[in-house]
Design a protein around this ligand. Sequence first.
Ligand code: ADP
Ligand code: ADP
Length: 218
Amino acid sequence: GAAIRLVGVSKSYGGVEAIRSLDLDLARGESVALLGPNGAGKSTTIGMMVGLVTADRGRVQVAGTSPRTAVARGAIAAMLQDTGFMGGVTVAELVGFAASIYPRSLAVGRAIDLAGLIGLERRRVDRLSGGQAQRLRFAIAVVADPEILILDEPTRALDVQARAEFWEAMRAFAATGRTLVFATHYLDEVDGNASRVVVLANGSIVGDGRPDEIRRRT
Ligand code: ADP
Ligand code: ADP
């Protein structure tokens, strides 16, 4: 079955049509980039996949069920655009807290390893660099051991080195046969990280193909 299916989905905010009658089928094991400029509808699409945004029309299915059920089961987890971490807890404590929320979870040490945070277990979460904090957000999502991982502009505000380390962690996750969906407005993040690119503009899909096919047309 499909990992994620959107059928005839529309969403408006007041008078603004953010998503216009979108149809999208994502297969299990795909690494999909949602590519588009600011305002294209990437965050709205991702919000619908994880049950944070309700469609006005159409149907959204995740892992064969509704988005909220899929989240509650730990079948899908998201790393959304986020503010900083507050408080004096450590990396290991916060990942452990996240693990305790889910019905099934990875060992805390495994999530920390996948996120490239080994050696930082006892670091306070409010003392992390931007790149380390972003990898902590990944650890908190991946500790749910989800089939599907959603990332909204995950490398925003990261420097070149932190971006490279982040994508290394993502490729390791995708190599385990999981489904990865990430929003980006950087075409150069698509090569090597996505098997499929869905191009959004003004709430509609204007391109869908392999990275090399999309690159030839842009
Ligand atoms: P899977 O690929 O997960 O096995 P199915 O093709 O069996 O999924 O479809 C799952 C559900 O979605 C079914 O109820 C099917 O009728 C419905 N469905 C599939 N494609 C469409 C579509 N294009 N429009 C409306 N409903 C659809
Ligand atoms: P992207 O993630 O590609 O930048 P968004 O999904 O955030 O796109 O936004 C799509 C459109 O919907 C934009 O015109 C944006 O201004 C509008 N929009 C998004 N969220 C809201 C909101 N909460 N209230 C009003 N308008 C919104």
